[in-house]
Design a protein around this ligand. Sequence first.
Ligand SMILES: NC(=O)c1ccc[n+]([C@@H]2O[C@H](COP(=O)([O-])OP(=O)(O)OC[C@H]3O[C@@H](n4cnc5c(N)ncnc54)[C@H](OP(=O)(O)O)[C@@H]3O)[C@@H](O)[C@H]2O)c1
Length: 244
Amino acid sequence: MTTQTTVIIGANSQIAKALAKQVIGYPDSQLIVVSRNIDFYQSDEFSQAMLIQVNNYQESEIDMAVERIKQANALQIHQVFICHGVLHNDHCQPEKRLEDFSAEAFTEILTANTITPMLWLKALVPLLTGKHPCKVVVFSARVGSIADNRIGGWYSYRASKAAMNMLLKSAAVELERRAKNIKLISFHPGTTDTPLSKPFQRSVPDGKLFTSAFVAQRLLQIVADTTVDGAASFVDWQGQDIPW
Ligand SMILES: NC(=O)c1ccc[n+]([C@@H]2O[C@H](COP(=O)([O-])OP(=O)(O)OC[C@H]3O[C@@H](n4cnc5c(N)ncnc54)[C@H](OP(=O)(O)O)[C@@H]3O)[C@@H](O)[C@H]2O)c1
């Protein structure tokens, strides 16, 4: 019998795929993945998973996906991973200096990294509210820490993650009143070997570039060990608190 459900959103992320590969092996559990590209999941390994493909991450698409999750009568969603993150793409690079800042690029990064996860949270909370503990992980980054910012640069990416953190802090205050079973976790995976970090891996010290499988295993353990306490947490792959 299925007793617990994991939802992975932005499931074509490299770290998301590693999470899915580990979760699919859990006994008595259901996996739901949501992405614009679900090719990776079209295999026997994921034949029991529910695959939801979205065209984009506009609010109407998000609402439709959440409605499909609701219709599926998913039992006890106990963990949700929201994995969106854009650092660079074919027309945006992280800024090295003020002159690199562009309104268009900032808007694009902010939409992907901040507004999209927040729209998921907004749409999912009614479905997650109840008696059973549910942990919602939003992928952040240490560079989103305002207190820890000593190097500067990467204006848009940093600001998008810092803004996400602030939204999570505020949401936790509200959920403490109206959905006490939900715990919000802002997670820094550490530098992980994925398309996002590829162009920046040369400067990573030996032993500090993690595999997605390692990060996924750490994250699942951290989520299992975390208690629902009415506050948002900002933690790294070791489970250590990061200053906001
Ligand atoms: N890799 C690292 O070293 C590192 C370090 C610190 C933090 N992080 C964070 O960890 C998370 C996962 O990163 P990853 O390394 O696994 O990245 P990745 O493999 O490059 O995956 C990219 C993710 O971003 C989503 N995405 C791409 N363009 C988007 C857009 N325009 N709008 C909304 N979503 C979009 C993708 O969704 P689809 O599934 O729909 O394609 C996918 O979930 C991100 O939040 C990232 O910021 C990564």
